[in-house]
Design a protein. Structure first.
Length: 224
């Protein structure tokens, strides 16, 4: 049995159901979403993001005006690692939007995709994969955003080949699947979420649960 990206996404949707919708299509909101939590479940990240929305606000001016102690309290809701650093990154990102993008990061999305990607990747904790995700969620790019979990799933299923470093592996995966991608933004966002959750739940980096995997038989990496 030969696997394709479309068949993989269809199988994952049957197995997991619809993934959660993004919290926003606004690029600055999505930057804050990434920064407000670190190495925590999405439910915990969502609580921290909701606290940021209700007690501070999601506008760059509101984040800049917030007391550092309040930003640290919110960052702590999103995990105990590097709380002060993440709080400062929220402020730094807001200052960057105010200083470079006149308070509206959506302006960056009007640039050609390569330039928009570079602009978004400059924000702390975003990088190229995070920038691609924001571009897709905002409906500004036709590509498949991949976090480390989704990239691992594609590699184990034989849909891409691992390279010597993460960046090269990521770019190779993008090139490999590009021709198979539909123009449907919702499909791309859903594919990202499904590949990610599969990498988190079953196709884990260590101790993958192959016996429960819907690809157990055709998967070339299965241990069962």
């Amino acid at each position: 049995m030969t696997l394709s990206l479309r068949s993989v996404v269809t199988t994952l949707r049957r197995h997991y159901g619809k993934p959660a919708r993004p919290v926003s299509r606004d690029p600055f909101h999505l930057v804050l979403w990434e920064q407000v939590g670190y190495l925590v479940p999405d439910a915990q990240r969502r609580r921290a993001f909701s606290a940021l929305r209700t007690t501070v606000g999601l506008q760059p001016t509101a984040v800049v005006a917030a007391p550092p102690s309040k930003l640290e309290t919110i960052a702590r809701l999103g995990g105990s690692i590097a709380v002060r650093v993440r709080a400062s990154r929220l402020r730094e990102s807001a200052e960057l939007v105010l200083g470079r993008w006149d308070g509206d990061l959506r302006t960056a999305l009007r640039l050609p995709t390569p330039q928009a990607r570079r602009a978004l990747a400059q924000f702390p904790m975003i990088g190229e994969p995070g920038a691609d995700k924001i571009l897709v969620i905002a409906g500004k790019a036709r590509l498949l955003p991949l976090d480390s979990n989704g990239l691992r799933v594609l590699g184990r299923l034989g849909l891409t080949r691992e390279a010597k470093d993460y960046r090269t592996t990521y770019r190779r995966a993008q090139e490999t699947v590009a021709a198979a991608l539909p123009k449907d933004r919702d499909w791309l966002v859903s594919a990202y979420g499904l590949l990610r959750v599969h990498g988190q739940e079953l196709c884990r980096r260590t101790a993958p649960v192959c016996r429960l995997c819907p690809f157990r038989v055709p998967c070339p990496s299965s241990t069962d």
